[in-house]
Design a binder for this molecule. Structure first.
Ligand code: TAP
Length: 520
């Protein structure tokens, strides 16, 4: 009797502790009132196999609003064991459902998803502004491209064609494109929802399943959007979302033997590291990395239009854009004139509360990013760059930075060489086409370039000679769902959007049939 009582005591303590843990665990959905007064329900669990669940180890992290530095909510944090579970769910969904359904089923589901994004566009844009800090103006632009791109992917889903290859009368030979399997996708914090669509769209269209890790700073829009996948008719396990840290979740995804491909967007340093980790299991890797893109203004350009484009090229999305035109080159004969116009235009841009409809530039996404940018202001000053405007924090609450222009820079300065990822631009002077091409191409990166001129011959000539994956002429940061985007040099491997994105998610199988009695 006594021994039985003794034996029962620890068990009941364990039971009580388990109950306590169960009831003290964070909720899987919370009501959130957005800064515009609208209330919605935010999923806060990991999205695995079609359900929001707590992480196995019950770890959580806080999500901060960068505009007021206050906590928005708490989200579950995935660890290695959660990755393993999500990958197993994605593998099963790949083998038993998504890779074997009729292609038009995948098409319909992606069309539905695009429609649902459109239906919830204002909520999604508001979530993105609150979580990332970007102005509503920018967030609405993101969401519009998300629905267009998902619809475009739906259009591709039943048009993944192979080839018939003429190898002579003794064989019938063809090749087909097959999906890869489970794809690990790691996205950054500057365009969370847009990167979600650029990653899941082509993967799903071609029959793959995904485990996607949003950045720890910005998990809310992707969690909200994942429930739309269910509603769109995408089966459980096809899309799995794991908020968590890069060093745990990202690392495990990159190393996992059942993950056949890693698609990553983020810094060049992390991209390099992921490639090394993924090498052990010979994964296919696509990378969309950093940049230090040149934006060139020739004297014959429409200067007022050019100034708007170069300002948009750097200050859009608070400068947190991989292809930001962060190095401006102005032809010497109009240098001072354009610089003055750029100063005036920059000072006219409204910075502040992302929910203010007049605001162009919202907050930087994190405290870390704010301080990185302010450090670069000090670097530029110490290197001798001339501060034309900005160069300081905007206000004292929230991670706001004044749009900043540094002129008269030298090409070997750190501020000209290194990616800042904020609203800071450098301005240099050039006199000839050859000179500006040499300056523009003097970079390890090659993501984008801008050319402003009214001379079509010059525009085409420069666009051919500049080393960049995208060249914008008399425009900038101008995306379209059918136009491939990606980098030369250390700006990346592979292309997103357009038909090019599909090749990141398929592999070619060749089939040769021997013909016994060739028909003449
Ligand atoms: P990254 O480290 O590149 O973060 C991007 C994504 O990679 C995040 O989801 C991150 O996760 C994840 N990650 C981090 N370490 C990883 C690892 N060892 N294995 C797998 N995934 C990993 O960028 P950051 O530290 O946030 O920002 C630093 C700088 O990178 C920025 O200042 C900017 O210059 C550049 N950046 C560039 C881009 C683009 S689009 N080119 C985007 C973001 C940042 P967690 O952060 O959640 O841990």
């Amino acid at each position: 009797m006594l021994s039985r009582t003794r034996a029962a005591a620890p068990n009941s303590r364990i039971f009580t502790r388990s109950l306590l843990r169960l009831y003290s665990q964070a909720p899987l959905r919370v009501p959130i009132t957005l800064p515009n007064g609208f209330t919605y329900e935010q999923p806060t669990g990991l999205f695995i196999n079609g359900e929001f669940v707590a992480s196995k180890q019950k770890k959580t992290f806080d999500v901060i609003n960068p505009s007021n530095e206050e906590k928005i909510t708490t989200v579950y944090k995935a660890m290695e064991d959660d990755v393993d579970e999500a990958v197993a769910a994605a593998k099963k969904a790949f083998e038993t459902k998504w890779s074997i359904v009729e292609p038009e089923v995948r098409a319909k589901a992606l069309f539905n998803l695009a429609d649902l994004v459109e239906k919830h566009q204002e909520t999604l844009a508001a979530i993105e502004s609150m979580d990332n800090g970007k102005s509503l103006f920018c967030a609405r632009g993101d969401v519009a491209l998300v629905s267009k791109y998902l619809r475009s992917c739906g259009g591709w889903a039943d048009k993944i064609y192979g080839n018939v290859i003429d190898t002579g009368k003794n064989h019938f030979t063809y090749s087909i494109k097959e999906p890869l399997g489970v794809c690990g996708q790691i996205i950054p914090w500057n365009f969370p929802l847009l990167m979600w669509s650029w990653k899941i769209g082509p993967a799903l269209a071609t029959g793959n399943t995904v485990v996607l890790k949003p950045a720890e700073t910005t998990p809310l829009s992707t969690l909200f959007a994942s429930q739309l996948c269910q509603e769109a008719g995408i089966p459980a396990g096809v899309v799995n979302i794991l908020p968590g840290s890069g060093r745990v979740v990202g690392e495990r995804l990159s190393a996992h033997p059942d993950v056949k491909k890693i698609a990553f967007t983020g810094s060049t340093a992390t991209g390099r590291h992921i490639m090394k980790v993924a090498a052990d299991t010979v994964k296919k890797v696509t990378l969309e990395l950093g940049g230090k893109s040149p934006n060139i203004v020739f004297a014959d350009a429409d200067l007022d239009k050019a100034v708007k484009n170069i300002a948009f090229g750097i200050f859009y999305n608070s400068g947190e854009v991989c292809c930001a035109g962060s190095r401006i080159y102005i032809q010497d004969t109009v240098y001072e004139e354009v610089l003055q116009k750029l100063k005036d235009y920059t000072e006219s841009l409204k910075v502040g509360d992302p929910f203010d409809e007049e605001v162009f530039q919202g907050a930087q996404t994190s405290d870390k990013q704010l301080h990185k940018i302010l450090d670069y202001v000090d670097v530029a000053k110490s290197e001798g760059a001339r501060l034309v405007t900005g160069g300081a924090r905007h206000g004292s609450k929230g991670y706001f930075v004044k749009p900043t222009v540094f002129a008269d820079v030298k090409e070997d300065m750190r501020i000209v060489k290194e990616e800042v990822f904020g609203p800071i631009v450098t301005v240099s002077k050039f006199s000839t086409v050859d000179e500006v091409i040499a300056m523009a191409n003097d970079s390890q990166y090659g993501l984008a370039a801008g050319i402003h001129t009214n001379d079509i011959n010059k525009a085409v000539d420069v666009s051919k000679r500049v080393k960049a994956g995208t060249v914008w002429i008399n425009t900038y940061n101008n995306f379209h769902q059918n136009v491939p985007f990606g980098g030369f040099g250390q700006s990346g491997i592979g292309r997103e959007m357009g038909e090019a994105a599909l090749s990141n998610y398929t592999q070619t199988k060749s089939v040769r049939i021997a013909i016994d009695k060739p028909i003449r």
